[in-house]
Design a protein around this ligand. Structure first.
Ligand SMILES: Nc1ncnc2c1ncn2[C@@H]1O[C@H](COP(=O)(O)OP(=O)(O)O)[C@@H](O)[C@H]1O
Ligand SMILES: [Mg+2]
Length: 250
């Protein structure tokens, strides 16, 4: 399928021929073997592939948690592949929200406190932090009744929404989610996925979501499939069927 040139499309992510090798010498393992693609602002991309295909490695690089062994990664026009740890931390704080399968919430701390946590390091005052956390919780689809619960008093789906709210509290343009529905039953997984779709459709967040579940990936506007550290396919033609806003199709 060919796509018309659209001057409103802004490239957010561009990876060019990135590789990642873990270890050295005899134990060296090439987890990524030359991966290239672009992701525009406002896209919702699912990354699929069997276990060990390099999805999480790619996600760590996109999230500035790690750097590639070779190749370049440009995020919002800045080459981040050569940045040092402090610079990467700054980019993460400003631009990226992470949602992981292991929820990483503090169990005996309230929902609201959990979501406020990332802002503690940001020098934001208590009142503003509370306001932003409440907004993020609303955006993630939670209501006031949950805010003062301890996170260990919630269901799996609610916990994952808290994790999404925490990822949103820095107001990131890019949300990266690694198997966010992996621990959830099908129905709860669909509900959590709906939250991502809403964040994409209604709030314009760019989303990259790793999943090995085809049903989940079908909800994305584009599916990148990996195997053995390379991209096997990159499909966005199914979006005509499911896109809510045809004008956003890219
Ligand atoms: N820190 C690491 N050290 C050595 N090997 C690693 C490390 N992280 C991942 N790997 C290896 O790289 C390959 C890709 O891993 P990963 O990116 O986690 O794949 P996926 O998320 O698709 O399951 C796997 O074979 C894994 O064992
Ligand atoms: Mg993984």
């Amino acid at each position: 399928m060919s796509w018309k040139f659209d001057p409103t499309i802004i490239t957010m992510i561009e990876v060019k021929d990135i590789t990642k090798t873990y270890g050295t010498g005899d134990t060296a393992f090439k987890a990524l073997r030359g991966v290239s693609f672009k992701i525009a602002e406002g896209e919702f991309v699912a990354v699929m592939g069997p276990s060990g295909s390099g999805k999480s490695t790619l996600m760590h690089i996109l999230g500035c948690l790690d750097t590639p062994t070779s190749g370049t990664y440009t995020l919002d026009g800045r080459d981040v592949s050569t940045m040092n740890d402090d610079e990467l931390a700054e980019i993460r704080k400003d631009k990226i929200g992470f949602v992981f399968q292991a929820f990483n919430l503090l169990p005996r701390t309230t929902v609201l406190r959990n979501v406020m946590l990332p802002l503690v390091y940001d020098g934001v005052d208590e009142e503003k932090r509370t306001k932003r956390a409440i907004q993020a919780l609303h955006d993630a689809g939670l209501t006031e009744t949950h805010f003062q619960h301890k996170s260990n008093e919630l269901s799996g789906g609610q916990i994952q929404r808290v994790a999404i709210a925490r990822a949103l509290v820095n107001n990131p343009a890019l949300i990266l989610a690694d198997e966010p529905t992996g621990n959830l039953d099908t129905k709860t997984g669909e509900i959590v996925l709906g939250t991502f779709q809403k964040l994409n459709n209604d709030f314009g967040r760019t989303i990259v979501l790793i999943t090995h579940e085809p049903d989940i990936a079908e909800h994305a506007k584009r599916i990148i499939t990996m195997r053995d550290g390379v991209i096997l396919s990159d499909k966005k033609d199914h979006i005509r069927r499911i896109a809510h806003h045809p004008e956003q199709i890219i």
